[in-house]
Design a protein around this ligand. Structure first.
Ligand code: NDP
Length: 448
């Protein structure tokens, strides 16, 4: 049995109840096959793949808090410190009822390669809780965040582990978390990223993931002889990533016509009105039906099981920006039938393995999330640099660095794919380019 198969069998046996984690490991290991096979005995002797698929540490803890009725609530939380081979652990915190160890491990595992691809010195980690922020008052959110940080602070620090936001964690939550960290430790340090501008945040961090996704998509299209200007784009999600992806797409001359949330989706053939979308989702924290109510050109549809949602709309480019496994094989078939030419993942693992393969086989340019959405973590690392220097860079300076990083990421994965005989396979290119740096650092640091 090949070393890759051997390790995947072991990972499956040890983590049989963690489907999302197994899906992520399988996808990465499959595409690393040619790299591993070149040096199989050395990797096997060093147990490199066994080490890289086993988190350095998983912290699991209880988060008790009191709701507005005086009732005590208890949530389960995690921080997975996956790999510190190339820098302090770095990765977001997710607050969503679906959060479990499998999801946090899959995200932490992906984060290792994503962070490596940015070219910046950051390791891989991820955390979160099954707390549902929906419908909670600001006081309840604060109570939860303070209790969460009262345990988490023991394991994080500006040079050890620097969490950020993810689904359900935006500026409000980062503020509460930072306040509690400072109160407990007395330290005013860059322990979290995504902070507000008045207390150490970076300009352009809010926009970074969505903007970065578009910078990379534009470069991918350009290198394949196409221009993003004039393209019709289907976007899913209506959160941080989706909103700023839509904004940048418009700035680059493209036309995003869809967005979605957990209750339904919008088709707006005249192009999404970003100011209205921000008002509905960022300010009012309301449902997308309110967008449709305020905009005559928009059609709103309630989400229904088994329907294709935004992927049924005719588009040139599709940008899934909501959540994992939201674009399946049927959706991929629909996109191909409608002439879609490129898919770039704003969310983490939004496309199922079968859908990815189908898109690739049918000539659709496909860029995986670990490359396409790396702009967020890259700008988080820029926020860490500014905190260390105790300086703040201008919006233009950060945005320019972000653009440079995203263009560079695309060329690195394009180059890696070509070098290993898989030209145009950006999934393989991203995994290989991300892996090689981490593997080299692990080898250099001995058996740790
Ligand atoms: P947000 O919480 O800001 O937004 C998520 C959006 O997706 C919301 O509109 C939400 O709907 C919708 N959504 C969530 N779950 C579902 C579902 N099951 N079905 C349909 N819609 C759903 O999160 P982000 O925008 O920050 O994150 C989106 C994705 O991007 C995640 O996969 C995240 O891991 C990834 N990502 C985020 C980065 C960042 O910097 N924020 C960086 C890199 C990756 P509703 O409004 O109803 O809640």
């Amino acid at each position: 049995m090949s070393y890759v198969d051997e390790v995947f069998e072991k990972v499956k046996a040890k983590n049989s109840h963690e489907p999302e984690f197994l899906q992520a490991v399988e996808e990465v290991l499959e595409s690393l096959r040619p790299v591993i096979e070149k040096n199989e005995e050395k990797f096997r002797k060093d147990a490199l793949l066994e080490r890289i698929t086993e988190p350095e540490r998983i912290i699991s803890f209880r988060v008790p808090w009191v709701d507005d009725e005086g009732q005590v609530q208890v949530n389960r939380a995690f921080r997975v410190q996956f790999s510190s081979a190339i820098g302090p652990y770095k990765g977001g915190l997710r607050l969503h009822p679906s959060v479990n160890q499998s999801i946090i491990k899959f995200l932490g595992f992906e984060q290792i390669f994503k962070n490596s691809l940015t070219g910046l010195p950051i390791g891989g980690g991820k955390g979160g809780s099954d707390f549902d922020p929906k419908g909670k008052s600001d006081r309840e959110i604060m109570a939860f965040c303070q209790s969460f940080m009262t345990e988490l602070y023991k394991y994080i620090g500006k040079d050890t582990d620097v969490p950020a936001g993810d689904i359900g964690v935006g500026g409000r939550e980062i503020g509460f978390l930072y306040g509690q960290y400072k109160r407990i430790t007395g330290l005013y340090e860059g322990v979290l990223t995504g902070k507000g501008l008045t207390y150490g945040g970076s300009l352009a961090r809010t926009e970074a993931t969505g903007y970065g996704l578009l910078y990379l998509t534009a470069e991918m299209l350009k290198c394949n002889g196409q221009d993003i200007a004039g393209k019709t784009i289907a976007v899913s999600g209506a959160g941080n990533v989706a909103i700023y992806a839509i904004e940048k797409a418009q700035q680059l001359g493209a036309k995003p016509v869809t967005c979605s949330d957990s209750t339904g989706w919008i088709y707006d053939p005249e192009g999404i009105d970003v100011a209205l979308l921000k008002e509905v989702k960022e300010v009012k924290r309301a449902r997308l039906s309110e967008y449709a109510a305020a905009r005559p050109s928009a059609q709103y549809q309630e989400k229904q099981n088994g329907e294709h949602g935004v992927w049924s709309v005719k588009c040139d480019v599709a940008l899934p920006c909501a959540t994992q496994n939201e674009l399946d094989l049927e959706d991929a078939k629909m996109l191909v039938a409608n002439g879609c030419q490129a898919v770039a993942e704003g969310a983490n693992m939004p496309t199922t393995l079968e859908a990815t393969e189908y898109l690739q086989k049918n000539g659709v340019l496909f860029c995986p999330g670990k490359a396409a959405n790396a702009g967020g973590v890259a700008t988080s690392a820029l926020e860490m640099s500014q905190n260390s220097e105790r300086l703040s860079w201008s919006f233009e300076e950060v945005d320019q660095k972000l653009q440079g990083i995203m263009v560079n990421i695309f060329h690195n994965l394009d180059h890696a794919a070509k070098e290993y005989g898989m030209e145009g396979n950006y999934v393989a290119g991203a995994n290989i380019a991300g892996f090689l740096k981490v593997a080299e650092a692990m080898t250099a640091q001995g058996v740790v």
